[in-house]
Design a protein around this ligand. Sequence first.
Ligand code: SF4
Length: 483
Amino acid sequence: MTLPVFPSLRITADALVPRGAFAEAQAAFLKPDPELVAELTNLLRSKNAGVVAHFYMDPELQGVLSSCDWPHIHVSDSLAMADRAIAMAEQGVGTVAVLGVDFMSENVRAMLDASGYEHIPVYRVTADPIGCSLAESAEAAAYGAYLSEASKTPRSLHVVYINTSLVTKAKAQALVPTITCTSSNVVQTVLQAAAQVPDVHIWFGPDTYMGDNLANMFASLAEMSNEQIRQVHPAHDQSSVRSLLPRFHYFKQGTCIVHHMFGADVVNLVREHYADVFVTAHLEVPGEMFELGLRAQREGNGVVGSTSNILAFVLGKVDEAIARGETSNLRFILGTEAGMITPIVRQVQDKLRDYASEGGPEVSAEIIFPVARDAIAQAPESGLGVLPGVAGGEGCSTAGGCATCPYMKMNSLRALIALLRRLDVEPDSTLVPFEPRKYVQQIRGRTAADLGGEPILHMREFQRSGELPEALVQDVLTRWKAS
Ligand code: SF4
């Protein structure tokens, strides 16, 4: 096979210039059919419905959502989705539709309940379960064994990635004091726990790549000067970070099938063909891509972090180029799910339009979509000769694939419109399959939904105050002694 050149989408002030069929499709979705936009806007307004969606939604869906004239639509990372659903409830929406995978709608339901909005219905857009390979890995027996080990270790805190079901969180909380985290706050959560709880053992899971990347990140941090470490977390220095390293544990069998794609094969192609471009990498990527991103980050040419960190990095580089006032095309490797292209295009283009209206030299940003070699199908009719996606069709598998999440893509525009049409028309009971799972089973005398919401509330308190809640700290200090 000839060496593939990855598809890319160049963003200018007034145009999108795709390279490759995959990018052409993304560009087309960003100019949605005005009739569809009007239909969705009218439905949302007449049903008084809010929509919270994840960045990884299908670009077609995001393209339409981002063009609707309705204030209660929000696309973000998972951390902000529940917060925005609460804000929408406060502003008076009657229903919230969640576009994401099931743990996201469960999270939204749990946080609305905890905020006094039990009466606001939350719906997914399909009656089928919307899974997640990562969430499923935390439901395996191996994860139970991992937590059992944690429960037998003094001063254990389980830091569970938000990408898990409510019942996983509940079972974990029953065994070990647990706090949820996201890729945006995991580093600070671990460091804050180590600052607040002497000799704490951190048990991170279920994402193995992220756990491995975090371990490497803390090891690098331990080599920095005390001053540099205090800039990351003011309560730490070399000695405290070094002492944390052997107490940071992570689960070894949890994988996101999408980020798994960014392995050695893709990294070698990036090194060979894209040595001079900015590198963005999500914390969930395998070690090779993480190393590449981390090295770029140290040189000011990249970022490793959450989807929000990636978006902020791209926007920051565009700001710098505009400030320089020279003609330039900034190129970025997109080291995460391809759905991120929509918020990047919308926000970059807003900046470039403002800048162009002042008459400056042309600045553009080119987003490059890495594709695993074994996920490339021959397509002689396309300009590039290859397309992302295995020959049987686009998709992700453990063998590799384009960076699009097949679970997230179960949320379609058609399904959202169908759901909205049914609101107020169908009896509520016919919509029950669209509700997040209820988890009424009892665990230690509480419903799984209630107990599973507790680690999320701990995280929200940490987000609000910058400190772990005292009740959680006391639980970590005393539960092992009591058991
Ligand atoms: S990208 Fe898909 S498989 Fe990966 S963690 Fe997110 S929902 Fe799960």
